[in-house]
Structures are given as C-alpha cells and as structure tokens.
Design a protein around this ligand. Sequence first.
Ligand SMILES: [Cu+2]
Length: 70
Amino acid sequence: MNEKQTSELTVAGMTCGHCVASVTEELQEISGVNDVQVDLATGRVRFTAAQPVSDAEVQAAVEGAGYQLA
Ligand SMILES: [Cu+2]
C-alpha cells in the first residue's frame, strides 16, 4: 500500500569499510528500511523504506553506530 520512500543523509566520521558496515547494519534495524547504500568518500547515505521513518529513528541509528549526522 505504501510507496517506497528514498531518504538521503550525510554521516560524519566514517573512515573505513568497518564504519560503513556499522552504519549500514544499524540503519537496517529500523523497521521497513532496506537497500542501504553508503558512500564512504562523501559520507552520503541512501536508503529506501517501505514505511515512513522518522528523523529521530535515523539519528538514533547513526549515533548508535557511533557516528553523527553531518
Ligand atoms: Cu572505520
């Protein structure tokens, strides 16, 4: 019923593939989120979600991984 929504954000402080994996994993734990794509060089993160995801959930996930929204 709901259309997939694409979100984009920028995460500060990622330096390697492990950082990318951590952020990806945390975001995927938000219900409805999939297709998380992280560009390490720019910090840009894109994901699609099958249901609305709040900014607070995204921020909590990023911070839970140990990073900050830029
Ligand atoms: Cu790292």
